[in-house]
Design a protein around this ligand. Structure first.
Ligand SMILES: C[S@@+](CC[C@H](N)C(=O)[O-])C[C@H]1O[C@@H](n2cnc3c(N)ncnc32)[C@H](O)[C@@H]1O
Length: 208
């Protein structure tokens, strides 16, 4: 039985073209910059949480990354990305799962990427479950990129209420095991021409 949350996202990806949703970007520059800034190697395992139909995975494959996973609550969203990638989809691990109910393999990932997913977790229990999954799945010394709406961003995304963040608020969610390496604001222009303010943060998990 699918949850209302899953139904929402299956409906979005079943009724909207991937390049017309508000979060669409054909050039995930900041993600690629921050991943490069982490200094991880091309064979280090990366997971894109709530990657959906994002083209980040295409760009990472193009850049030579070889250990890529995309997790998303929406089967349909993942299928859009898989069809676009064609034969290359087999080079990626795909997980259809709600991140708040996910029990990842311990220390499986060197980098955890999340653009516009964490901000949907308006319930504290969901955020705690997310951070538990992160803590388990991200290896010591690993990196996490979180990019939610900033304090000047919209109050809703895809019709759902969001929680908006500063870097300090994200730091408080992650806790003392994570050190802020870099933060930058970004204004995303939606396909409809609206401006959405994001905050991009790169954290490093302590090595012990
Ligand atoms: C606003 S979209 C962002 C998609 C992608 N990260 C990007 O930047 O293009 C949010 C994505 O998160 C997924 N999502 C929402 N809640 C989720 C959850 N609890 N667990 C996993 N994925 C989730 C949605 O299906 C959707 O693909």
């Amino acid at each position: 039985m699918s949850s209302p949350r899953q139904q929402h996202w299956e409906n979005v990806y079943s009724t909207r073209q991937a390049d017309e949703v508000s979060w669409f970007q054909d050039d995930p520059t900041l993600s690629l910059d921050l991943i490069a800034r982490s200094g991880i190697s091309a064979n280090a395992p990366i997971i894109d949480i709530g990657g959906g139909a994002s083209v980040l995975i295409d760009r990472l494959l193009d850049a030579g990354h070889s250990a890529l996973t995309v997790l998303d609550i929406s089967h349909v969203g993942l299928t859009v990305a898989q069809k676009r990638l064609g034969d290359h989809a087999g080079r990626v691990t795909w997980i259809a799962q709600d991140v708040t109910a996910w029990h990842p393999p311990q220390d499986a990932f060197a980098l955890w990427h999340d653009r516009a997913v964490f901000h949907f977790l308006v319930e504290a229990a969901d955020r705690a479950a997310y951070v538990r999954a992160l803590d388990r799945g991200l290896r010591p010394g690993g990196f996490v990129i979180l990019a939610p709406f900033s304090l000047t961003g919209p109050e809703r995304c895809s019709g759902l209420l969001v929680r908006r963040y500063s870097a300090a608020m994200l730091q408080a969610e992650l806790g003392a095991d994570y050190a802020l390496v870099n933060q930058q604001p970004q204004t995303h222009l939606t396909p409809a021409g609206n401006r959405q303010d994001f905050i991009w943060c790169l954290f490093r998990k302590s090595a012990t």
